[in-house]
Design a protein around this ligand. Sequence first.
Ligand code: FAD
Length: 394
Amino acid sequence: MTQSSPVELPYADGDFFAFETLLSNKERDRLHEVREWLDANVRPIAVECWNRAEFPHGLIPQLAELDVMSPVRRQGHSNLLAGLLHAEFTRADASIATFMGVHDGLFTGSLELLASREQQQEWLPDVYALRKIGAFGLTEPLGGSDVAGGTRTTARRDGSSWVLNGAKRWIGNATFCDWVVIYARDLDDNQVKAFLVDTSLAGYSATKIENKISLRTVQNADITLENVVVPEEFKLAHANSFRDTNKVLKATRLSVAWQAVGLMMAAFDVARRYAVERYQFGRPIASFQLVQDHLVTMLGNTVSSMGLMVRLAQLAEEGQARDEQSALAKAFTTARMRESVALGRAVLGGNGIVTDFGMAKVFADAEAIFSYEGTHEINTLVTGRAITGISAIV
Ligand SMILES: Cc1cc2nc3c(=O)[nH]c(=O)nc-3n(C[C@H](O)[C@H](O)[C@H](O)COP(=O)(O)OP(=O)(O)OC[C@H]3O[C@@H](n4cnc5c(N)ncnc54)[C@H](O)[C@@H]3O)c2cc1C
């Protein structure tokens, strides 16, 4: 049993070294404002939505009002604030953070980096205002880690249009989005290009992937494209090879590493409180040295990952962040995250496996974050290639 009234905890959270004080006062106020909004609007519904595997559509107008889209490119905020905001979203709920990671990071990022100025003027206002929801279609049933060289979805030029055929898998938001950026191989030059596909087009269909054990609130889908006709003006003007696709992935890989930080903060929040409130042998389990060791390991993982991400945000600010640094960050932080959520789950004992106690969802959500946007293994090999000059990927 736990004590009946909440225990007053000493001030501490995952940001134990106060990295957020590196923000300007204005940006820090903004971080706190978003944190309060998440506490009021996302936390109360997060577990129920996850249990039911349902997306809270009512949140979309509220997110639009919060005005968090494209914090760096559109709003001119620092990379550090953008990272800390994404961590904060994940701390409140990894599924809503992933919804934003797909709509804002992958989808909007594709338009911001790969569309022409005219295309951006046409599309982005609706996207920023969340009047149009987007998805990012790269992964395929037969092409995951090797999708760069192995994209099987095809694009065939037909007069002033393109005809798309193929299948995509795991596409977040795809059961309800208005638009999806589809990456497809041009049959003429064999290069991967990108197309803004309206999901109401004939030949497009999306089927929800059921029975997930992770990020259950995110609506992932299998997409099929059967002779979907896309006018030329919906081909993203600057998406002409996989090298261009990588410009999007480089940025979003960073935000997934920030997700790992946020999930570790969430695990630490829950485990620390539980350890102080849960009594065994007549005393709080936090009084046992092994439990304190678990909490301190979790905190050390969080702080070291955050320190790495703060430095990477500084490098991004200077335009100096390299692909392999993002890859190392994603690999390192997600490995630390996996250890932390397992320790957190252990601190809760049996209660750690039911979602009512706040840890089971965090524990399960770590699994998707560990694997998406480049698996842990692939990001390790990208880093290994950079430091040895030898590729062990193929
Ligand atoms: C919840 C969720 C949401 C997602 N959202 C999207 C989305 O919105 N849009 C999108 O396009 N994709 C999305 N993805 C797909 C995601 O990016 C892929 O799952 C990921 O890239 C891995 O591909 P895969 O699952 O096919 O695994 P595989 O590539 O089949 O890998 C299986 C295992 O083999 C290992 N492996 C593969 N190749 C090598 C190698 N050369 N050396 C060593 N090990 C190797 C991998 O590391 C992994 O452990 C999502 C995935 C999930 C789970």
